[in-house]
Design a protein around this ligand. Structure first.
Ligand SMILES: [Zn+2]
Length: 289
């Protein structure tokens, strides 16, 4: 097999390749986008043919899981220098915060800091070392396929390369946990074990990962003759990180940072006032309590 040297220049090509590879897997196994036709066909199989079918099914399953594992490895390890720099800075900031401890400045303080307060502190630290870091809150309505929900995560918007335009890098602190399933099979668990808990990746990479992981979850439940929970569906996972979202920038606890938008957009204020306000304001609110 020909080796492709991984450099910044061809990372776009790699992304295209990855996207193509994931699409190829979709085509081969046809597991995405909620069509139940193949499941029905599978259940309608003639009993006489069942033994032969079982054998080839085992083979097919093996091919599927091997392919998913290879796709996952390729998608995780081909990373750009921008992603590496952000990952490095994030890990350093998390180490610092771990030593210092996060003080909750929200309405529901948790010993050691809640996810929201940790994300706020982390985003401030990443801003301080020069990254354009935001807190994103996605929110989606229910549809016949998926229930409504919301999710918060961080992102860095990089505009340093005019040729590439705006590059969106997502920071998810609990990526592996988002895909863990209590009743999964061994193949699925093996795949999930390869995921980092902290994911720092371009939106395109995240999209490719979600495709692979959701196809795997669907396949896993099919093998176990169980229904895939709606919040495990591809559409739901896409809505979490790649759907509509609101950006906010938490204000650092020092004055004189006027070149960034400090106020959340008005639509944000309607659904969660306190958590999106700068830490300073939250502290003031807590004093009143
Ligand atoms: Zn908190």
């Amino acid at each position: 097999m020909e080796k492709i040297p991984v450099t910044r220049q061809n990372s776009d090509e790699i992304d295209k390749f990855l996207d193509g590879a994931a699409s190829f897997a979709d085509m081969m196994f046809g597991f995405l986008d909620g069509s139940n036709e193949s499941e029905e066909n599978f259940l309608d199989l003639d009993e006489d043919a069942k033994d032969d079918e079982d054998l080839s099914q085992v083979e097919q399953n093996k091919i599927f899981w091997e392919a998913q594992e290879q796709l996952l490895q390729a998608t995780l390890y081909r990373t750009t220098s921008l992603e590496s720099r952000i990952r490095q800075a994030t890990k350093e900031a998390l180490r610092e915060l771990d030593v210092m401890g996060v003080q909750c400045a929200c309405r529901r303080p948790v010993a050691g800091g809640c996810r929201n307060c940790l994300q706020r502190e982390l985003s401030i630290r990443l801003q301080n070392v020069g990254f354009n870091c935001y807190i994103c809150r996605s929110k989606w309505r229910s549809s016949p396929e998926i229930p409504s929900g919301e999710h918060t995560y961080l992102e860095v918007l990089d505009k340093s390369n005019p040729k590439k335009g705006e590059v969106r890098v997502v920071i998810e602190l609990n990526f592996r946990a988002e895909f863990e399933m209590a009743r999964a099979n061994e193949d699925y668990n093996k795949l999930i074990a390869r995921l980092p808990e902290l994911l720092v990746g371009k939106a395109e990479r995240l999209e490719a990962l979600i495709k692979i992981l959701c196809a795997a979850a669907k396949k896993c439940m099919k093998e176990k003759n169980m229904h895939l929970a709606p919040w495990r569906k591809h559409k739901y996972m896409q809505a979490k990180w790649l759907g509509t979202f609101e950006r906010t920038t938490p204000a650092p606890l020092r004055v004189g940072y006027s070149d960034r938008p400090q106020k959340p957009k008005s639509s944000m204020l309607t659904f969660d006032l306190l958590e999106n306000l700068p830490a300073l304001h939250c502290t003031a609110v807590e004093v009143v309590w």
